[in-house]
Design a protein around this ligand. Structure first.
Ligand SMILES: Cc1ncc(COP(=O)(O)O)c(C=O)c1O
Length: 398
């Protein structure tokens, strides 16, 4: 029996109207479905396929590591070459103080770990997040996610969390010496692709240093080349105390990490030891996949490509904005772009019509008027032109 025809009642739904594409293959910038259609993926499903889908180098690395060993022990006990190599590779790409890596399975878990180590290191309990921020759906990550709608159904969450307006320097004095950590996305993703003013992140860094609060950059979505640099922090030159990564890190496999200063990270090994462990975090197959993915990123100079291709895409989108009044703004950095529409209804219509024409788009979780444009960084000129022409055709329909 065709598995797609099976009764889906045993799969937990996450929305009332899932997209429901029947995927049989994915390669490069395209998804292929059972009915023979090819879909150009302009969201990289979501923010993961930075080097394109099913990259052959990643697949080969997975095969080789799977043939050697799969899982062998909870994270941190045995020495496993893929973890050691990946930690060295990642820390070489990051600013020097960020020199110790803890691997997780996902972005939410990376943020959980970062928040916990910050509380343990500082001995403080208060946390600060920003309106419009998104950090994942576990209890801790959800507690610092800046939208009531998604927090309320799960209350009570962590106590002593304060939310400040994103990109408002005047409010930063509300961070005081009772705060363990401030968590922020250097560019808000789910908040609607919001790039802060040049002053914001340096001012935030200064205030955190002043009061002894740790600064956590959530680069789960902005990292691994997406914004035109390996990490978005490079644009502002602000170095956080801890950075969290996931999504594109694993080259398509589930892998996250929090990376911090040595003196901070060390606190996880004592008082008591084993106070933060994970069975599968840093799975050797995922670390091998990540290493292969970083090779591709480096060899093909994909962060630079993202800067160049992103500028071209932004200019194409601005040309559309000049023609169609339903587009009210085009913003973003590198290949992390947002197209703000005049209404949620117009957004939903454009996404639906584009899909019918073979292009995958989607809106951001906290902003139903912002369409994210985040294709694989390997996007070719022909694929860019195809995507833009589908958006134009979908808008032409009114
Ligand atoms: C900025 C940010 N942080 C954290 C997460 C959560 O990551 P995960 O879904 O891997 O738990 C996401 C997911 O969209 C994200 O965009």
């Amino acid at each position: 029996m065709n598995p797609f025809d099976a009764d889906l009642k045993h799969l937990c739904p996450t929305s009332r109207h899932p997209i429901g594409l029947r995927i049989i293959r994915a390669e490069g910038s395209y998804l292929y479905t059972e009915d023979g259609c090819a879909y150009l993926d302009f969201i990289s499903g979501i923010g993961v396929a930075n080097i394109g889908h099913t990259h052959p180098a990643v697949v080969a690395a997975i095969r080789a590591q799977a043939a050697a060993y799969l899982h062998v022990m909870v994270y941190g006990e045995y020495l496993q070459a893929p973890q050691i190599r990946l930690a060295a590779r990642l820390t070489a790409l990051l600013p020097r103080p960020l020199s110790v890596v803890y691997f997780t399975n996902s972005g939410a878990e990376a943020n959980e770990g970062a928040l916990k180590v910050a509380k343990k290191f500082t001995g403080r309990s208060r946390l600060v997040g920003f309106h419009g921020g998104f950090h994942g759906d576990t209890h801790g990550a959800c507690s610092v996610t800046g939208r009531d709608l998604y927090r309320k159904p799960f209350a009570p969450l962590l106590p002593q969390v304060t939310f400040l307006p994103f990109d408002d320097v005047t409010q930063l004095r509300r961070i005081d010496d009772r705060v363990a950590a401030v968590i922020v996305e250097p560019i808000q993703g789910e908040g609607g692709i919001r790039v802060p003013s040049d002053r914001f992140l340096p001012a935030l860094r200064a205030r955190c240093s002043e009061v002894g609060a740790l600064l956590i950059f959530d680069e789960v979505q902005t990292g691994i080349g997406r914004t035109g640099k390996y990490f978005a922090m490079e644009h502002s030159r602000v170095v956080p105390d801890i950075v969290t990564l996931a999504k594109a890190l694993g080259g398509g496999m589930p892998l996250g990490a929090f990376v911090g200063r040595r003196n901070i990270m060390k606190t996880l090994s004592r008082d008591p030891p084993l106070s933060h462990v994970t069975t599968f975090g840093g799975h050797p197959v995922c670390c091998a996949a990540a290493l292969a993915g970083l090779d591709v990123l480096e060899k093909e100079d994909l962060p630079a490509r993202a800067a160049k291709m992103g500028a071209q895409l932004a200019s194409d989108l601005r040309a559309l904005a000049a023609k169609f009044r339903s587009i009210v703004d085009v913003r973003g950095m590198g290949m992390m772009l947002g197209l703000e529409m005049s209404s949620a209804a117009k957004t939903a219509r454009l996404v639906r019509r584009a899909r019918a024409l073979g292009l995958i788009l989607g809106w951001t979780l906290h902003s139903d008027r912002t369409i994210r444009i985040s294709p694989p960084l390997t996007l070719s000129d022909a694929e860019r032109a195809q995507g833009i022409s589908i958006i134009r055709a979908a808008l032409d329909e009114g």
